[in-house]
Design a protein around this ligand. Sequence first.
Ligand code: FAD
Ligand code: SIN
Length: 549
Amino acid sequence: MSTHISDVLIIGGGAAGLSLALRLAEADLKITLLSKCELTEGSSLYAQGGIAAVLDGDDNFEAHVKDTHVAGADLCKDAAVRKVVEGAPKAINWLIEKGVKFTLVDGAEYDGEDSAYHLTKEGGHSHRRVIHAKDATGREVETTLEEHVRQLDNVEILENHIAIDLITSRRLDNHQGFRCFGAYALDINNNQVNTYGARAVVLSTGGASKAYLYTTNPDTSTGDGIAMAWRSGCRIANMEFVQFHPTCLYHPYAKGSLISEAVRGEGGLLKLPNGERFMDGHHEQAELAPRDIVARAIDYEMKKGGFDSVYLDISHKDPEFVLDHFPNIAASCKEYGYDMTQQPIPVVPAAHYTCGGILTDLRGRTDLKRLYAVGESSCTGLHGANRLASNSLLECLVIAESAADDIAARLAKKQDSLPELPQWDESRVSDPDERIVVSHNWDEIRRFMWDYVGIVRTNKRLQRARNRIALLQEEIVEYYGNFRVNNDLIELRNLATIAELTIECALTRKESRGLHFTRDYPEKRDYAVDTILTPNNFVGHAPIPEWHS
Ligand code: FAD
Ligand code: SIN
């Protein structure tokens, strides 16, 4: 066991973590960056559609702000929306300066910031404003940022290191204004828990969609940061708003293969198995309605007709156009036997994005001093009850910049040192006797979350889910207390917390709004309130003025 000390500990190497590390690197601080897999493995790497930004002369900030509020079902915080929307062009230019190559309009020459970039359209947007790198925007952004971060001398990158819990003043019995001092993390290759002390800690651990049986997300999305923050006394908000992406390839082996909303943006149509369109009967924007509406419409049509899937059809477009815009999606469909240039492809909704998370202000500050959260693990108020397509990578970039500025200014002002940090205590645990308990509980959580806390909810189903999670929590807590930690156990413990928080938020909301639809309260109330959960060990002060509602 060893102790590593740095100025800033960043947990997570997605768009939020990497851009924050790069922004901070200019501030001459020693940074440690932990990632539980390879550095870039996370949702950011798989992002397809692109990044929303007002970049066209005919578009304007007010329109992007309005679209975000409409998609968010009147629950978005206006200050958050304006900050992110107005920060978008600068964030895109920063990426271009770093070398990200976005797709150009047909025939245009590459000329950096002044290039003529192709903008695509996605659900809920009133204008073409999604800048992208073909259909693999996330890969282009992540690999470019990775290249820069790996060159920095003041950033130590530790891959295959999974953070377990935060080290706080309460844990040290040192009530220095309830502060965060670092984290314990398991070095997976050496099977050893080390102590990572830091003057500021950033959770950029991504979302929690792995709590569901079917998801577009990679295995990393187990909500670790949200669960760690909750255990450390931070408030968590709006977890009932689980975004289901409407179009995920339906195939037994495809494992959450996303079909970008940009396919609909470029003319793709949703059809029933008999070839009939159905979205115009559900919303005036038809296939390009906000995501919650499209996912719910698909769920409705599948249940009504007893279908296994619906179909997404772009075969009426020129095959060259389709292959040029969606080369990776076409290849992935081909792998499973579908030629999207020639035939409709079967699609179903799947859990995609966690709109709720650790309550933060617009600098990423959480309830706990010196603890920040940025990206999908946070809840800044931008997304309200339903995220507008392609606003997520954008939020990662914009908030990471202001968090980096805040951290640099705070650490420069106060040259404090850390107290002595205790080592991880393994004196009372033994090696796990059987692994089946962990895998069984993993499966059970993901299945009942899908069945009982899915696209359409009822009090009865939510109550069933609450009973199940209470039993599982007992078992998991006991198991965690008795056995040496490993990757699966750490994630299972977090996933159980995520399930519990999601169920509690869903039971608290007595209306249907955005992504939360319940048959028991089908109407939207005429006033909008956030669901804020406060832990029993709440750190006791609420320094986030935006969240007093
Ligand atoms: P992530 O990119 O998920 O990164 C989290 C990081 O934290 C990973 O490195 C992970 O390994 C690490 N980590 C997690 N827990 C721990 C731990 N305990 N210890 C150490 N490390 C840990 N959004 C858009 O705006 N546009 C799109 O086109 C788009 N397309 C998408 C397509 C897909 C298939 C998916 C899944 C999502 C898409 N999204 C899109 C959403 C968007 O990609 C994510 O919301 C965003 O990338 C989240 O970034 P992040 O940095 O917060 O988290
Ligand atoms: C997609 O490409 O459809 C995903 C976009 C997003 O999640 O914002």
